[in-house]
Design a protein around this ligand. Sequence first.
Ligand SMILES: [Zn+2]
Length: 180
Amino acid sequence: MNQMNAEKALARLKEGSRRYISSSFNPGNISREIRIETAEHGQHPYAVIVACSDSREIPEDIFTCGIGEIFTIRVAGNVIGENQLGSIEYAVEHLGIELVVVLGHTGCGAVGASLKGETGGHVGSITRDIIQAIGNEKKALEASILNTVYQAHKVKEAFPDVTTVPALYDIHSGEIIWLE
Ligand SMILES: [Zn+2]
C-alpha cells in the first residue's frame, strides 16, 4: 500500500515541476533496476494525474517522474467520464493513492473545438461535456480553467475522501498554475 499522503505527494509533484523547468531531459528513474523492482514487487505510485492527450503535455516529464511514480490517465480535454472514474477508483482502492491532479493546459484543442461549438462525430462526447463546463465563456484560457475545475469537481464528488486538485499547465513556459 502507498505510504505517501496527499500533502507529501503534492509537495513531490511541485518539486518535480520545479526541476522540469530547469531541465533539458527527464531525470526520472527509468533504470533496469527500478523496472525489475516494480515488476517483481508491484507499483506504489503516489498520485493520479488526469491530463489531456496533447503531445506537449507529458505528465511524467512535467513532474520529472520515472517508473512507478504516477498513475496517469490521459484523454483529450482531460474530461472525466465513467472510464476515468473507474481508473481513479482502482488507483484509490487498490494502490492507496490519496491525491488526484486534474491537469488542463493552455492551447487545448479540445477546449478550442468546444468554443467553436464542434459537437459532431466521436469528438462530440468530449466537446459536449466541455461546453457544459465553460458555459458562455469565449476566452480560451478562461475556458480551459473552467473546464479543469469542472472536471476536478466530478472527481471530488465521486471520491470525497481523496484530495483532488485542479491545475493548468502552460505549454509555453512549462509552469503549472495550481488552481486551488
Ligand atoms: Zn488539450
